[in-house]
Ligand binder design. Structure first.
Ligand code: SP5
Ligand code: ZN
Length: 353
């Protein structure tokens, strides 16, 4: 399977994450993508650099306000002198236009750049540095290039996207994500002529971004298998089975939350349910948001999926026989991440055979 890669991912260095007010190291690191690439190359994969694409599909899934903010965030932050005074060299939010603050009023466009950040970011952990925009936009190009490869006849293509994207909604970013690579891929498949696209998210965390973006759309089915947010896991405020979409999209969102501690058996049953729904919906193209953080060794989730589990999930997804674009999401255990991705991709190829 072709692997699409963007060298510019290296320029995004989060420089730590503030969590409950504490500086922590953070684990969405450049070494993640390098470890995946190494494992895939060792297995014989051919790696191609992403080709630049215009903003068409990107602006179909994100508000121009968010895209403009991210494009200019670092320049505005430095122009406001924060790196020198008080000495913060990442763009971070500190006040957020909480619905309870605004009681229905429209938020002002703040004059303070630090305050303006709160219009777009929804957590304290996701930082923008000098190379973040280039990296995030490069990841979008990788996802779009993978779609092109499938359009041009590849049965499946994998985009090694970093930073990840599946927590980003139309207008807000967070969860170590900036632009929703998988949603952009789904949208580009639609614009390429596939009438019904399914987006299946197997990252350990709820795919809240794809859910939000396609909430009222009947042409993109969204399914997410994830650790139950109601059991205390990110993104905490949504991701239940009762969230089914609205309007044209009513019934076109499926959440399959799982208890902490769920291993291969329960996880694969949920992946199987998602696959059955995709089959029933007669989708004609598939995007897999492939997070491998549901793995046992991963520090960021309490799910206990094995490499064999990821391989079997790949087989189930591959057996759909659809043109398939796989987009990398989370996965944080550097020692195992490469093997997990390889297992999933090999499973997809085996499932199709
Ligand atoms: C793409 C993706 O997988 N994003 C998930 C981000 C979830 N991050 C939640 C972090 C929760 C706080 N971690 C504290 C670690 C303290 N050592
Ligand atoms: Zn995740």
């Amino acid at each position: 399977m072709p692997v699409v890669w963007s060298d510019v991912h290296r320029s995004h260095e989060p420089g730590g994450e503030t969590w409950i007010g504490l500086p922590t190291e953070g684990d969405e690191l450049p070494a993640r993508a390098e470890a995946i690439r190494r494992a895939l190359e060792e297995a014989g994969a051919l790696v191609a650099e992403a080709r630049p694409h215009g903003d068409d599909a990107l602006l179909a899934v994100h508000d121009a306000g968010l895209v403009d903010f991210l494009r200019n965030a670092w320049a505005s932050w430095t122009a406001a002198d924060y790196p020198d005074d008080p000495g913060q060299d990442r763009v971070v939010g500190y006040i957020f236009p909480h619905p309870g603050l605004l009681h229905g009023l429209t938020p002002l466009e703040p004059k303070s750049e630090a305050a303006r950040t709160g219009l777009y970011v929804f957590d304290t952990m996701t930082t923008v540095g000098p190379g973040t925009w280039a990296a995030a936009r490069g990841a979008v190009d990788a996802a779009l290039t993978a779609v092109d490869l499938v359009r041009d006849g590849a049965r499946a293509a994998y985009a090694c996207t970093r930073p990840p994207g599946h927590h980003v909604t139309r207008s807000a970013y967070g969860g170590s994500c900036f632009l929703n690579n998988a949603a952009v891929a789904a949208q580009h498949l639609r614009q390429t002529g596939y009438e019904h696209v399914a987006l299946v998210d197997v990252d350990a965390h709820h795919g809240n971004g794809g859910q939000a973006i396609f909430w009222e759309r009947g042409d993109v089915l969204t399914c997410s298998v994830h650790v139950d947010p109601e059991a205390g896991w990110f993104p905490h405020f949504l991701g239940t089975a009762g969230e089914r979409g609205a309007g044209e999209g009513a019934g076109w969102n499926l959440n399959l939350p799982l208890a902490p501690g769920t291993g291969d058996e329960g996880w694969l049953e949920a992946v199987g349910q998602a696959v059955a729904v995709v089959r029933e919906a007669a989708a004609d193209a598939l995007v897999v948001a492939l997070g491998v953080d549901a793995a046992l060794a991963d520090p960021n989730s309490p799910l206990e999926v094995t490499a064999a589990g990821y391989r079997e999930a790949g087989r189930l997804l591959g057996a759909l026989g659809l043109p398939t674009v796989i987009v990398q999401e989370g996965g944080y255990d550097l020692a195992t991440i490469g093997g997990l991705v390889l297992a999933a991709l090999e499973g997809i190829e085996e499932g199709r055979a």
